[in-house]
Design a protein around this ligand. Sequence first.
Ligand SMILES: Nc1ncnc2c1ncn2[C@@H]1O[C@H](COP(=O)(O)OP(=O)(O)OP(=O)(O)O)[C@@H](O)[C@H]1O
Length: 323
Amino acid sequence: MLHLNGLGKRFGDQWILRDLNLQVREGECVALLGPSGCGKSTALRLIAGLERQDEGSIELDGARLDTIPAERRRIAMVFQSYALFPHLSVRENLNLGLKIRGVAPAQRQQRINSVLDTVRLREMAVRRPQQLSGGQRQRVALARALLRDPRVYLLDEPMSNLDAQLRDELRPELRQLILQGSQPVVYVTHDQQEAMALANRIAVLKGGCIEQIGTPEELYKTPASCFVASFIGRPQINLLNIDQQLTIGIRPEDLHFDPEGMPCRLISREWQGASQLLLLDSPRGALRMLCSGDAALGESLSVSWPTRAEHRFDASCGRRLAG
Ligand SMILES: Nc1ncnc2c1ncn2[C@@H]1O[C@H](COP(=O)(O)OP(=O)(O)OP(=O)(O)O)[C@@H](O)[C@H]1O
């Protein structure tokens, strides 16, 4: 188990991470999710030993990890930029780390072949990185991580340089290769869809603090704040300011047409195949609504939602209200 204990980090007099407490079990993938600058990468860099924390400690399987130098932590990190050597072939890129660690040549080739089969790149072994697609390059980077036989995997936005189709292709492979292993995995992303698809639990970070941690379903169904509610789920939740005390969140899929409901005007719509996303102008402000793809619509509509679909938040601090 990887255990982050009250971790804090500051640059100068500015705290970037504050009181970060997180436990990642064997075989569990926890995503750190949050907007740019919230401290996600810094948290990974602390675990990897590339930065030193100012407060708290890091433990792995009950022993201190943060007192061990980075090169001896046995942690594999995968970055969005692949970090491959451009002048070396795929095989040479993979060979390098094993050679540095003193693995015998015959054993090296055997392990490289096996890992190339795993990431389905055996035929590409003689190519250089620039002769590969982005997805293939990232698979080389994954292969290199696998070869390290690490105690922890740290993934920093590994798919953010790939287009949507390659991401879809790589996601199941990532899940299979790394997430089914027995090591703890920490996965940094600002993409809520990726976090929902890959992680067992998600920690939503805001300004260096954990705003909420839970399974994707828990975060979706009971967001602890307006911030989490807006971050999890697409299309984004509607937040309606009812009065000075109360903000109500309604997911676009919870709205339905109702002749007795709130009168709205159709501003625009995006056809998405099975569904369509409507942008409505209502007396309570703009509303996003998901409805069936074949619904015929006029310019004037009336909508409502079931009370049980309401997420109720304190209007001033944004925290979820009990009940
Ligand atoms: N070496 C440094 N010196 C000073 N400030 C830094 C340093 N490294 C990071 N920061 C600051 O710390 C904050 C958090 O950075 P970090 O890279 O952890 O964010 P992030 O959540 O990973 O963002 P992104 O998604 O954009 O990568 C940012 O405001 C950044 O400018």
